[in-house]
Design a protein around this ligand. Structure first.
Ligand SMILES: O=C(O)C1=C[C@@H](OP(=O)(O)O)[C@@H](O)[C@H](O)C1
Ligand SMILES: C=C(OP(=O)(O)O)C(=O)O
Length: 436
């Protein structure tokens, strides 16, 4: 595959075979960070190999952590509460990585943040987190609440409000910081709290590293006593539900049979709900322990669902909706506009170009499915891995091939995505990219 490639997706008669789900993106980023915040050596077993995982590892090294990759594991020698001063970090295009590190930066007398993705991460809002940090006493500078920016602490902690209306990542960032502050943090999450699931994954991570925290049931109040230490140890990264949702959607929409292992049943990833949504749409989807089995090709039908609980699977499920009978609506998905691209308007544009009927409101997306998708067009991947997954799933069911521009951006979260589908019988070509 060229370094930067488009992908030509050929229609697939069927998808059949066995796969192991890749390691979770959200747990990889969290475990690596927590390991760096623990003095001593930790082993994160089975880390993701995606660009976002790489971005976290690079930044932690720049801050002074020892990083060694041993087989599929990361062995981290942590810097504890003392990341190196005066460092410039570049989290690439990784939103969660960027925000978590911005929180921790308040431990330092100065950390600068830049990105080589000015058109993606560079346009995502950071103001809510910067405001909370400055209320805590940090000095912050930014380009109107966006990258590039800098954060100077140290801060003591205490009671602070943070908006959770646009992203949960701001509150997660403060949760990673809290235990290392002398006064801890008493977080008040304001607004209509979005993405509860990743907040619970952050609480889960703190517990795995021996940090105490408590939260109200609705997560509006999260209390983290100060003066704690992260405890170094060994943690195992579970399988990734958001990326797997796209593989499951592909398997549900083509004839054949998929067995996808390494997806534990009791897991805090909200995108686990994608299994229930696909079932509700009519997919034949069962589970044997950690293995999910899809017998594909059954006719699917539309659903109406609140999509906030499975935010990173909405694109994958939109592919299923576009091939289903009837009109599907995802409600309460405003935050999709603030991801790697505008996942509401940009999705509408791409699906319309494929001949589908799509409408949007500020916080919803509605798609009317078609039993026969012509294909034969070039679609814009918008530099967004989840858009690329959506368009790929559609290409597998189209009458004629679909070309997706900038498909190398799949590496942000799922570098093996095309290889995994090839193992099931899909066929792709990887011409040199026609756009960055
Ligand atoms: O905390 C995390 O690791 C994430 C939280 C979610 O973002 P929002 O909280 O902005 O919805 C999700 O979309 C992102 O991929 C990862
Ligand atoms: C939005 C995503 O990631 P992030 O916010 O971490 O860039 C995603 O993985 O779909």
């Amino acid at each position: 595959m060229p370094e930067k490639f488009d992908v030509i997706v050929h229609p697939a008669a069927e998808l059949r075979g066995e796969l192991r789900a890749q390691p979770s993106k959200n747990y990889t980023t969290r475990y690596l960070l927590a390991a760096a915040l623990a003095a001593g050596e930790s082993r994160v077993v089975g880390v993701a190999t995606s660009e976002d995982a790489g971005a976290m590892l690079r930044c932690l090294e720049d801050w002074g952590a020892g990083v060694e990759l041993v087989g599929g594991d990361a062995v981290i020698r942590g810097f504890g509460a003392g990341p190196r001063e005066g460092v410039t970090l570049n989290p690439g295009n990784a939103g969660a990585v960027a925000r978590f590190l911005m929180g921790v930066a308040a431990l330092t007398t100065g950390t600068a943040f830049v990105t080589d993705y000015p058109d993606s991460l560079g346009k995502r809002p950071q103001g809510d987190l910067l405001e909370a940090l400055s209320r805590l006493g940090a000095r912050v500078q930014s380009r109107e609440g966006m990258f590039p920016l800098s954060i100077s602490g140290p801060v003591r902690g205490g009671v602070v409000e943070v908006s959770a209306e646009r992203s949960s990542q701001y509150a997660s960032a403060l949760m990673f910081l809290g235990p290392l502050l002398p006064d801890g943090l008493d977080l008040r999450l304001t607004g209509d709290i979005k993405s509860h699931a990743p907040l619970r994954q952050t609480l889960d991570t703190l517990a795995a590293f021996g940090v105490q925290a408590s939260a109200s049931d609705d997560l509006s109040r999260i209390t983290i006593p100060g003066g704690q230490a992260y405890r170094a140890g060994r943690v195992l990264v579970p399988g990734d539900y958001p990326g797997s949702a796209a593989i499951l959607a592909a398997a549900a929409t083509r004839p054949g049979e998929l067995r996808l292992s390494n997806l534990r049943e009791h897991d805090l990833q909200g995108e686990r709900e994608a299994l229930n949504v696909l079932r509700e749409m009519g997919a034949d989807l069962t589970r044997e322990g950690d293995t999910v089995i899809v017998r594909g090709g059954r006719p699917l039908h539309a659903v109406t669902r609140d999509g906030d609980g499975f935010t990173d699977a909405v694109q994958a499920l939109t592919a299923a909706a576009a091939l289903a009978g009837g009109t599907t609506t995802w409600e309460n998905v405003y935050t999709l506009r603030l991801k790697e691209c505008d996942r509401i308007s940009d999705t509408r544009r791409e699906l319309e170009a494929l001949g589908l009927t799509v409408t949007e409101t500020q916080d919803s997306l509605t798609v009317t499915g078609t039993p026969s998708l012509a294909g034969g067009v070039t679609a814009d991947g918008h530099g967004d891995h989840r858009m690329i997954m959506l368009l790929t799933v559609l290409g597998l069911s189209a009458q004629a091939p679909i070309r997706i521009t900038g498909a190398h951006h799949i590496r942000k979260s799922y570098p093996m995505f095309f290889r995994h589908l090839e193992a099931l019988g899909a066929r792709f070509e990887y011409p040199e990219a026609t756009r960055a």
